[in-house]
Structure formats: C-alpha cells, structure tokens
Design a protein around this ligand. Sequence first.
Ligand code: NAI
Length: 328
Amino acid sequence: TQAPVNVTVTGAAGQIGYALLFRIASGQLLGPDTPVKLRLLEIPQAVKAAEGTAMELDDGAFPQLAGIDIFDDPKQAFSGTNIALLVGARPRTKGMERGDLLEANGGIFKPQGEAINAGAADDIRVLVVGNPANTNALIAKSHAPDVPADRFTAMTRLDHNRALAQLSKKLDVPVSEIKRLAIWGNHSATQYPMITHGTVGGKNLAEAVNDQKWVEETFIPTVAKRGAAIIEARGLSSAASAASAAIDHVYTWVNGTAEGDWTSAAVISDGSYGVPEGLISSFPVTAKDGKYEIVQGLEIDDFSRTRIDATVGELAEERDAVQKLGLI
Ligand code: NAI
C-alpha cells in the first residue's frame, strides 16, 4: 500500500477547518486510494477545540485516515509535510486599518513560511485560504527561499465555482458544460471573472450569454460580493463552500485539468499578461504533472484589460504595503 501523505491544516478548529477535515479524511483531497495523515495547527487557546474535532474524525472511522496529530508550534506542524492548507488567519475587526491587518497576518504567515522552508517535504505544495489570501501567500513564500516559488498558491477556486454557478443558472445548463472560465487578480471585491474565452456546450460563452449589461451589472458584482451576501444571509462567512473549493484546488493541482479545459488559481506571476513578476495573482491555469501553469496566448479585450489592471493594481499596493512593513 501507498505511504500516507502528510497534510497540514492550520486554523483546524475554525469553521472552514470543520468542513474541510472531514472531506480530507474521506479521501476527497487526493483520491480514494491515498492514505492521509493529518497534522493540525492551532493557536494554544484553540488546541482543545481541535482535539474535539480530532475525536469526531476518529469517530468517522475513515479507512483513508492514517493518523491525526495536533500542534501549536508551526515548526512541528509543518515538519515533513507534503501539502499545507493555510486556513487560519487574522480577520479584520472593527476599526482595523489595512496596515494593521497586513501586519497581524505577517505575524502568522512569516513564521509559517519559515517553518515550511525549514522542515517540509521536498514536494511541499501550499494553498493559502486565510485572507488576505494572495498577500498572505506572498509573505509565506518570501520566507521560504529554498522552496520553489510555484509551490505557493492562494485560493480563487471558490470565486471560480461561484462564477460557474451564476452562469449555470443564467444559461440553464449544468455547471459541467461550462469551460474555460477565469478569475483574474486578487481574491477580493476587485477580482475579475472573465467569460470572454469561455465555452458552453462547445460554443463561445460570452456569445451564449449575449448580455454585456448583465455581465457588468449583475454577474461580476454577484461573484465579487458573494462572500458578503453569504455573511448577510447566514450570519457567518462561507465555510463549507470554501472548504469544497480548497479540496478542488488541491485535487486539480495533483490530478490535473481535463484536456482543453482550465481553472483558476492564484499563482506566482512570471510577468504574463503584464501582471508584475512575483505577485501571487489569479490567472486561468491548467494543471499537469503536479504543476499549475498559466494559460498563455489569450487575447485580452479592452474591457478585460481595464478590469485586470485594476485588480492587479490592488495586489501591487498590498505588496508595497507589506514591503514597507518589512514583512517580505
Ligand atoms: P474561523 O475564525 O472560524 O477559524 C480560523 C481559525 O484559525 C481559528 O480557529 C483560529 O484559532 C485559527 N488561527 C488563528 N491564527 C492561527 C495561527 N497563527 N495558526 C494556526 N491557527 C490559527 O475562520 P474561517 O471561517 O474558518 O475562515 C478562515 C479564513 O479563511 C479567514 O481568513 C477567511 O477570511 C478565509 N476565507 C477565504 C476564502 C477564499 O476564498 N480564499 C473563502 C472563505 C474564507
């Protein structure tokens, strides 16, 4: 039998953790044939709650779950790990300025990057879910100089899935028929969900929609503000859908995209499409042989250009802010 894959989950006692851990334990992160060892990282005050979740994981009697360890020290939690899901982050609280938020998260993602650099397995893959996800990934990456930069990613798959769902409803087609959608830029309200190069049932997606007013005034804002709409309705931020997207992100990374299709992930920019090199930006990506690659050669129309420039501009501002704070 295959040796277990070590998966570290931070923020394991939080709401996304609660939804995510059971999906991992049931074999959905890597596939049903791969046993998984969970390494949970929490802050000391939340270790007891993580132990409670671990008791429930035991009670699931999952055949794929090869063990659970709980830590409050990143060095131990990331030791020997193959996949790291960085979910725990410092949320913005009332009256908090962006600089305070970035600084607080720097205090989390810098030591985690260092711990990954020091002790993770050679094939380490990192997905940052905790917000501000792109910039948190940038901070972690910059403290892990020995890890290839393309192993640090941030999650925009939830935005991608939200866009698929909206288009599926608009066109009354199953989500599985919609291909080549792309989220660009930051996982924030500035993100740009692009349908220009999409297809539905083999036809061009933008032509099938044929409603630019709906795209600009309904589709883009609905996708970009979906997180706020969920909070408004549920009284809590999206958790199960975020966990589901994290599963999708890693599963695709490891198992690949279907021929001719792509997905969205925030990955390190190589300067493609004018996105400054080194930013962790969402792009249309394919996955093959365990690597995400930016889809090349797409023609970018003027409307898309303006939207991409705006969201990438926000990422560059966040990078400059964390640089000033000495976090990268
Ligand atoms: P939560 O507040 O329920 O849980 C966060 C957990 O992280 C808590 O248990 C906390 O103790 C833990 N934590 C804090 N600092 C930590 C550290 N240094 N090391 C380890 N654990 C630590 O939050 P929830 O709902 O689970 O969300 C987690 C994050 O995911 C938030 O930042 C949220 O904004 C983000 N998010 C991102 C999405 C995306 O699409 N990229 C979608 C939804 C949420």
